[in-house]
Ligand binder design. Sequence first.
Ligand code: ADP
Length: 495
Amino acid sequence: MNNKYVLSLDQGTTSSRAILFNHDGKVAACAQREITQFYPEPGWVEQDPEEIWRAQVSVAREVIELASIHPTQIVSIGIANQRETIVLWDKESGKPVYRAIVWQCRRSAEICEELREKGLEGVFRDKTGLRLDPYFSGTKLSWLFRQRPELLQKAERGELLFGTVDSWLIWKLTGLHETDITNASRTLLLNIHEQNWDEELLSILGIPPQILPELFQCSDDFGYTKSEIFGIPIPITGVAGDQQASLFGHACFYPGMAKNTYGTGCFSLLNTGEKPLASPNNLLSTIAWKRRGQIVYALEGSVFIGGSVIQWLRDSLRFFSAASDSESLAKTVENSEDVFFVPAFVGLGAPYWDPNARGAMYGLTRGTTLAHIVRAALESIAYQSQDLFACMGSEGNQEILTIKADGGATNNRLLMQFQADISGIPVIVPENAEITALGAAFFAGLHCGFWDGLKDLEKLWKARETFEPAISPQERNALMQKWHNAIRTTRDYAK
Ligand code: ADP
C-alpha cells in the first residue's frame, strides 16, 4: 500500500478541493479552487453547477500532477460535499436547467411558512428529523417548479434529473444518477427511519419521484469514473455530506462522541448510535452514515456566525488585517472584563431558532478597548457552541466526554482554551487539518479494502493538542449566566 492513495474530492461552499491521502492517512497533495457565488436578490445564493464541476475536475487532475503519481496508484475516490444545495439537469443533454440553489439561500421561506400554516411541520419533523426551513433542499425544489412550470412538466415526463452536489459530481464522473443516504437525509424528502424517499412528503412538495437519484450507503459501489477523465476508470466507493464526513474523519465512531467544526459557522454533531433521537430543543436528527447495512444517527446543531464574526471585525470594522491577529490582540487583555458580544447578524440558530434577533454588545465601559471586544467576539463562538453541546448532552442522554475540533478557527489557541473552560470538557484538535476530506477518504478506503476496519482508522486520527478546562464550575456557571442574560436581552430587543 506504500505507493497507493485515496483521492478525496471535498466540494465545499466556497471552494472545490482535492486531496490525496496515503495509507497513513497523511496528505500527499492538495489543490483548491474557489467557486463564484451569485447573489441575484437579497437573501438568495446561487452557484454555477458547470463551474463546480470544472473546478472539481481540475483540482483532481492538479493533485495527481502535484504528487507526481500515475492514476493507477489511486485505489478509489471519496466525495464529501456542501449539503442541501440543489442541482436540476436535463437527462439527455446533461446540462443544468437552472443555477445551483445553495443551502444558504432563503428564497423558499414563504413556502416553508405556508406548509407550517397548514400544520405540516410535525409530519416533516417526524419523518425527516429536520425543520421546515429554507435551508433544506425540498422547498428549494418546490420553489423552482412553481416558478418554472415547464420544468415541472419535463420532470413529470422523466426528462430531468435532480440531485444534491454529490449526485451532480457522480453523474459527471460516471454517468450514473446516485446519491448517498447522508446527503439524502438533508433534502426533506427522505424518511430517515425507513431510509427511503417518502411518497407523502414528495406529494406535499409537488416533486415527481422519477427525478430522484438512487440511494446508496456511504461506503458503497458508486461506479467507475469515465476513462476520459483520468485516463483510466477509477472506482468511487465513498460519499457523504461534509459534516457527516467530518464526524467520521474525527473517528467519532461510537455513541457519545462529538465533533465541532469552527469555520464560517460552527457545526456540531453527536453520534447517537442506531436510533434517531427526536429533539425537543430543535436540534436536528440526521443520518450520520450507513455502511455494511448498518445505520448510525446523529444529533446536529449549528451556529450561523462562528469564525465569520472575526471576518466581520477584520473586513467591516478593520480591527486587524488577518484573522490570526485576533488571538494576539485578545491576549493583550486578561479577560473580556464582562463585555459580551452576541453575533446574531442573521438571527440565532439552535437552540434558539430566532430569525429576528440581531447582533449586540453589552457591558461596554470607558475602559473597554478593541482587545476586549475582539476577546468577547472569540468567546461568543465558544458560548454559542456550548449552548449546542448542552442541548446535545441533555437530549442525547449522553455525557459528552470530549469535543474533537476542526476548521479554520481551531488555529486560535485562545478560543480553543476558552471552549474547554466554558464547556468543562477537553477540546482536542487533530494533527490533520483536512478532517472532512479524510472522512470521505475513510468511507472510500474502507469499502475498497485500503483500510481494514474502524480500529485501523482510529490509529490514524492523532491529536495535535488537547485543551483541558482550567476554570472552576462556579466561574463557568457565572459566565454562562451572563451569556444567557445577553441572549435574552438581545431577543427581547428584536420583539
Ligand atoms: P469554511 O470551511 O467555512 O470556509 P474555514 O474552516 O476555512 O471555513 O475557516 C475560516 C473561518 O475561520 C473564517 O471565518 C475565519 O474568520 C476564521 N478563522 C481563521 N483563522 C482564525 C483564527 N486564527 N482565529 C479566529 N478565527 C479564525
